[in-house]
Design a protein around this ligand. Structure first.
Ligand SMILES: Nc1nc2c(ncn2[C@@H]2O[C@H](COP(=O)(O)OP(=O)(O)OP(=O)(O)O)[C@@H](O)[C@H]2O)c(=O)[nH]1
Ligand SMILES: [Mg+2]
Length: 335
């Protein structure tokens, strides 16, 4: 049986192998994805992001348990853009998540960056496709921090949970710019710690002040309606206090993930999102391929001479790119 068929049949070893293949990329990955992609599209992808140590892994673990109690198949992807190898943090996660393994309804995979962060976002998307095709209904993706790589990875998620925790210094300091735009649900974790209510208040205040994200507040700055779906079709991110270590608040968090999933489907946002995602996936693959093809037409020496000229300021980068495009086009008929 081909690997793709074994994945579709629920073979876990084939699944692990398929994930490694798509992570590595190349023609074999392409062949595999061309089969599996058609069978994907059922899973709801949940991104879990936030500053280091806020309790993301513990929260993902608790959420996975809650889903398993409902007999929902759960895939977990732990993405660590900072670690070039499967270093300490990932091993730590593995140990913490060990109590979930042995359950066939759950599949856990850690991923570390091998090349560029952009490559990582790409690989994450492909691994999501594989897990989705394999029948995992909810896919939880943990990423650290809220930099550009995480925002890119969040683009692959249908629902993004931003995890905050009290006691990271000034309440608002931990709440970075960009977070309000990507958060669909806020989890204020470690609610057993002093200061959780202040963190909740700080988030509420930022929601009220935010002129772009939750647009319906524009006319009523500082006012808060009920979180969730609004009458104008928009979504006001709920702020949930959780204690991941004890499971407190996890049921509520799960409820809001499901409510958000249903809202995306009913208000047309899901269709729009899927359209934008498809476009960006095809465009990014096209960009990679065109660039690779173009560079293949240009002798290394010539390429490096141009780069050196840009470094020396004998040539501007626009002219260098123009020249490469010209050279590539001229070389095309031969190659
Ligand atoms: N008191 C308390 N501790 C918690 C809670 N949730 C997690 N922790 C603890 O916080 C520490 C960090 O938890 P992790 O789940 O590893 O946090 P993380 O955000 O995944 O960390 P990184 O992946 O390293 O960024 C662990 O010691 C957890 O046991 C909570 O709700 N309350
Ligand atoms: Mg973690």
């Amino acid at each position: 049986m081909a690997v793709a068929d074994e994945v579709l049949a629920g073979n876990r070893r084939a699944l692990a192998r398929a994930i490694s293949v798509v992570e590595d990329g190349g023609p074999e990955a392409h062949a595999l994805l061309s089969t599996l992609y058609r069978r994907s599209g059922q899973a709801h992808v949940v991104g879990v992001t936030g500053a280091p140590g806020t309790g993301k892994s513990t929260l993902v673990n608790a959420l996975a348990r809650a889903y398993r109690a409902r007999e929902v198949m759960v895939g977990i992807i732990a993405v660590d853009p900072t670690s070039p190898f499967s270093g300490g943090a990932l091993l730590g996660d593995r140990v913490r998540m060990r109590d979930l393994t042995g359950d066939r309804g759950i599949f856990i995979r850690s991923m570390a960056t091998r090349g560029s962060l952009g490559g990582l976002a790409h690989a994450t998307t492909d691994v999501i496709t594989v897990l989705d095709a394999a029948g995992y209904q909810r896919i939880l993706v943990e990423t650290v921090g809220v930099g550009q790589a995480e925002v890119d990875i969040a683009g692959a998620a249908h629902t993004t949970i931003v995890v905050e925790a009290p006691g990271l210094g000034d309440e608002v300091q931990a709440i970075k710019a960009g977070v309000l735009e990507i958060a669909d649900v806020f989890a204020v974790n470690k609610a057993d710690r002093e200061g959780a209510d202040r963190t909740v208040m700080a988030l509420k205040m930022m929601q009220g002040l935010n002129p772009s994200g939750s647009g319906h507040h524009r006319d009523h700055p500082g006012k808060h309606g009920d979180p969730g779906p609004q009458t104008d079709g928009s979504w006001l991110p709920p702020i949930i206090k959780t204690i991941a270590t004890s499971g407190e608040g996890i049921g509520t968090l799960l409820h809001w993930i499901e409510t958000h999933a249903n809202t995306l489907r009913s208000n047309g946002d899901m269709a729009r999102r899927e359209n934008a995602r498809a476009m960006s996936m095809v465009e990014s693959i096209l960009r990679d391929r065109l660039l690779t093809n173009l560079l293949a037409q240009i002798p290394d020496r010539e390429f490096h001479e141009l780069i050196d000229a840009v470094v020396e300021r004998d040539l501007d980068p626009y002219s260098a790119a123009e020249q490469l495009l010209f050279e590539g086009a001229r070389a095309q008929p031969r190659g």
